[in-house]
Write a protein that binds this ligand. Structure first.
Ligand SMILES: *[C@@H]1O[C@H](CO)[C@@H](O)[C@H](O)[C@H]1NC(C)=O
Length: 286
């Protein structure tokens, strides 16, 4: 009988459960006799057994909890496997030197501008299938213009970098005494989006500091995702949105132009070409 088997299983695993199930669940005569017998050696024996069993069980549960916790800690320290992204499959496996001085912060403004301008954000939008998005538990999103079985999603890090570029542009415009081309609300949005993302990931790496001002972390080796591989992931045919961010910092009137970069061997080339044959290209972004 299945019931017997289940009970036996409990008996094997756990003496305490055995007693509970015998007295509370079992309706056959022997069990009733066992419970209703007047107090004697067997009752004392059972009571002592119960107490020992309870104590052992408590210890066992406690020890198991402790070992589970320490296992978890050991894994997250030693293996980046647990931090592997469920989306791109990338993990923090590229040792990268953090440096206080890079071309992005060069005092040579030409070099700094050039470097920021060439920070490629074409991976910002991907167009995965509806099925994949559902499988990943992603909320609904806009339709991909060239295929209604696909949705577009914004990859977070590119959106974050886009925000950084926007803040930098506004800062430089205002710093040099010009009016900013970027509306203040966009900058406020960018500041708050970065705040939320930073607080969410809450990087707790302790940064060494031997300099008095702004020196923390210089020369420290960080473990980073491979940024080139992330771009390649966004451009894989499974999700390529033919998207170019374009080096155009001002507002774009015709956002569809950003999806106009399907190469002739792309499965979306025909749909894209049909659209532009019908509507023509706008000259807006460069
Ligand atoms: C500034 O950077 C640009 C671009 O790399 C370079 O051509 C130029 O020589 C640099 N200027 C100075 C003063 O170093």
């Amino acid at each position: 009988m299945l019931y017997r088997h289940e009970k036996r299983h409990e008996v094997d695993d756990d003496g305490y459960l055995e007693l509970v199930s015998e007295t509370a669940v079992d309706t056959d005569r022997n069990s009733f006799q066992l419970v209703s017998r007047p107090p004697g050696w067997s009752t004392i024996f059972l009571t002592v057994s119960l107490l020992i069993s309870l104590t052992l069980n408590s210890w066992w549960i406690l020890l198991e909890r402790i070992s589970k916790v320490s296992n978890k800690e050991a894994i997250s320290c030693s293996a980046p496997e647990t931090q592997r992204s469920i989306y791109s499959g990338l993990t923090f496996d590229v040792p990268t030197r953090y440096s206080l001085h890079t071309d992005y912060s060069s005092s040579n403004q030409t070099l700094a501008d050039y470097t920021w301008d060439n920070l490629n954000l074409d991976g910002m939008v991907i167009a995965p299938t509806l099925d994949w998005a559902r499988e990943m538990g992603l909320p609904d999103s806009w339709d991909f213009p060239w295929d209604s079985n696909r949705k577009i999603y914004f990859v977070k890090v590119y959106h974050q970098l886009h925000c950084l570029k926007r803040i930098r542009t506004a800062f430089h415009e205002l710093w040099s005494g010009q009016e900013s081309t970027i509306i203040p609300a966009h900058i406020e949005h960018c500041l708050d989006t970065l705040r939320q993302d930073l607080m969410c990931k809450a990087d707790d790496t302790p940064m060494p500091s031997l300099l008095a001002v702004n020196g923390a972390g210089d020369g420290q080796t960080l473990h980073c995702k491979n940024f080139d591989k992330l771009m390649a992931w966004t451009k894989h045919p499974d999700r390529d949105a033919c998207y170019h961010r374009l080096n155009h910092d001002g507002p774009v009137r015709h956002a569809i132009e950003r999806y106009a970069f399907c190469p002739p061997d792309s499965v979306h080339y025909a749909a894209m070409s049909r659209y532009f044959e019908e509507h023509g290209h706008y000259k807006d972004p460069v």
